[in-house]
Design a protein around this ligand. Sequence first.
Ligand SMILES: Cc1cc2nc3c(=O)[nH]c(=O)nc-3n(C[C@H](O)[C@H](O)[C@H](O)COP(=O)(O)OP(=O)(O)OC[C@H]3O[C@@H](n4cnc5c(N)ncnc54)[C@H](O)[C@@H]3O)c2cc1C
Length: 116
Amino acid sequence: MARITILGAGVVGMSIASVLSRRHSITIVARDMPGDPPSTEWASPWAGASFIFGGCKDRREMQMQLDAFAELWRLSDTSPASGIKKMTINDAFDEEKEDGDIWWKDHVPDVSRVSS
Ligand SMILES: Cc1cc2nc3c(=O)[nH]c(=O)nc-3n(C[C@H](O)[C@H](O)[C@H](O)COP(=O)(O)OP(=O)(O)OC[C@H]3O[C@@H](n4cnc5c(N)ncnc54)[C@H](O)[C@@H]3O)c2cc1C
């Protein structure tokens, strides 16, 4: 078991802490903590918090998004207290998309394309 210090208690720091704390001793150091009064000094209390694929520059980033999606999917099934819920999303694009642009479609249940 390693002793790990995480700087920041936003969604990034807390997500990393949630995973690493299964095997390691975690200390979180942050100016703002979940539960503090609202402040515009940090982003997470204001986030919409929807997970949407995209914006990847290489396969490594694609895999990171797939891993995050799998973990969120697992939590939505196993941990209702997490507040993570599945929702149907309709994405509308201005330009025509090739199948390769929607690289994540085979990893998400019930993806379908509708032409305008
Ligand atoms: C209105 C809005 C809607 C959004 N909707 C979405 C969405 O639907 N989906 C999505 O994926 N993203 C969304 N985002 C973006 C998302 O909220 C941010 O990318 C994310 O919250 C950033 O998290 P973070 O942990 O990196 O940073 P933050 O949440 O900003 O946390 C930073 C942490 O570092 C600490 N810190 C900073 N500086 C110091 C310092 N000098 N010393 C000590 N501690 C320090 C802070 O106190 C805090 O604990 C949205 C953002 C906004 C504003």
